[in-house]
Write a protein that binds this ligand. Structure first.
Ligand code: BG6
Length: 466
């Protein structure tokens, strides 16, 4: 018997700022991601997000290629700065039309749209009004969510609230959302995003009761580096700060005692009002979506270890919390060309852990390998490493389903080449190649990679033909 349900949503993912480009067209206002690539701390020698894959121009071709790939679902994000023009919440009708056309085209091809409300691109007018940790953030987001539900609600069955809420909090400094790195400001971001998410869920239930809505954090099993009991304590701490505080807030409606005490022990005053807790308790999701790239490994650090730590903080290498835990490398795992650990078995374990903890159906909204793909002389892209990556992960997802985990769909990253959040366009993820380089836009031609045909076949056999 086939492991995957008949209506399993085999799909693929993207986000607006990473594919659309055309940042000054269609009445779009500026966002944090438009200017991110120009910041002094942005890595040198790689492109920012101004042109991306020009999907805003080529969206019809892109959808046609997705349809030919037999995708059953497509997870994309709506660009907040394309929809809302200013702090008064005036709506940009051109933006509404763009996404209505995109959604209609997907539905015409029987591709289920899975829509992320917010994937990292914050309008600058929101930043000028106090930013993500400011007191008006929740109000801005609630209004935005309401407008999305009003304009697209009749056509959308699956909504995702905020992409990688946890990464936004942990990397708030990296994304230059805060003037200075400061854990208490990060907690304000955490609480604002949790409230904003809960408000969006509540609005969705009121306005679109038939639709389903869920969060989309980046979740990974955390291993203890050794079986030393202290390393296990570090694992629990990192797990809490990296994974559970976010999912607990939305699925259980609040913050755990252990989290509140941990924060207190760090010397931070974090108080949550009764009213806010009521909002969190009301905004419960219908499913959990999450992004999975790899696992994390934790150890209890000594002062020396912290002093000698040279790893830069990124979403895979994770956290350093003096006295609580520190992420470290896992010697048992191979790595991608970009140094990210590859852990398919960890994928099965993560699925089991999340399902056991919350008991909600799940979908994967990102999973994939960033690689320096090469367009060879035969005009093709032979990305056998990507096929192998997916084979191993999908096999493990199948095992998780056999373990009893309830899955709605799998939407790997990414449908089409896009600009990576921190490593340019040379770190490619797509099933569809986009013919451009870091700074030479060439002809933006779309070309099917070998993995495109492999995935098409997998979908046609509902996961049988791996
Ligand atoms: C996730 C994000 O963090 O990982 C995506 O939701 C991102 O936006 C993806 O592109 C891969 O990370 P990176 O840094 O390789 O682009």
């Amino acid at each position: 018997m086939n492991k995957f349900p008949n209506d399993f949503l085999w799909g693929a993912s993207t986000s607006a700022y990473q594919i659309e480009g055309c940042i000054n067209e269609g009445g779009k206002v500026s966002s944090t991601m438009d200017i991110y690539g120009d910041k002094p701390n942005y890595p040198k020698g790689i492109t920012g997000f101004k042109e991306a894959s020009e999907h805003y121009k080529y969206w019809k071709t892109d959808v046609e290629m997705m349809a030919k790939m037999k995708l059953k679902s497509y997870r994309f994000s709506i660009s907040w700065p394309r929809i809302i023009k200013n702090e008064n919440g005036d709506v940009n009708q051109e933006g509404i039309k763009f996404y209505n056309d995109l959604i209609d085209e997907l539905l015409k091809h029987k591709i289920e749209p899975v829509v992320t409300m917010f994937h990292f691109d914050i309008p600058l007018f929101v930043m000028e009004d106090g930013g993500v940790h400011g007191k008006n953030f929740v109000k801005h987001f609630e209004l935005y969510a309401e407008i999305l539900l009003k304009h697209f609600g009749s056509k959308i069955n699956y909504w995702l609230t905020i992409n990688e809420l946890n990464i936004l909090v942990m990397m708030a400094d990296g994304f230059e959302l805060l003037e200075k790195k400061d854990f208490s400001n990060q907690l304000k971001v955490l609480h604002n995003l949790n409230l904003a998410q809960a408000k969006a869920i509540i609005k969705c239930k009121e306005m679109c009761p038939k639709a389903k809505i869920g969060p989309a954090p980046n979740i990974s099993t955390v291993y203890a580096n050794t079986c030393k009991p202290e390393d296990y304590t570090a694992k629990l701490n990192i797990d809490l700060i990296r994974n559970w505080v976010y999912l607990d807030a939305v699925c259980k409606g609040g913050y755990s005692n252990v989290f509140m005490s941990t924060v207190k022990k760090m010397g931070i005053n974090f108080e949550v009002s009764k009213e806010d807790l009521e909002i969190l308790a009301k905004g419960k999701p219908d499913f959990i979506a999450f992004n999975y790239y790899s696992t994390s490994t934790a150890q209890m650090p000594t002062k020396e270890m912290i002093k000698n730590n040279k790893e830069k903080l990124d979403q895979q290498k994770g956290l350093v919390l003096p006295g609580f835990g520190m992420a470290t490398k896992n010697p048992h795992l191979p790595k991608t060309q970009f140094g990210w650990e590859i852990d398919p078995v960890g994928f099965r374990n993560t699925l089991r852990e999340v399902y056991d903890r919350y008991g909600l159906p799940m979908m994967i909204t990102e999973n994939g390998i960033g690689a320096r793909d090469v367009l060879t002389e035969d005009g093709k892209i032979h990305d056998d490493y990507r096929i192998e990556y997916y084979q191993k992960h999908i096999e493990q997802m199948g095992l998780a389903i056999e373990d009893g985990v309830e899955m709605i769909g799998y939407m790997p990253w990414s449908a089409i080449d896009l600009v990576s959040t921190h490593e340019g366009i040379s770190k490619r993820y797509g099933f569809i190649y986009v013919n451009r380089d870091e700074f030479d836009l060439k002809d933006m031609r779309r070309i099917e990679k070998d993995s495109y045909y492999w995935y098409k076949n997998l979908i046609e056999t509902n996961g049988e033909n791996i």
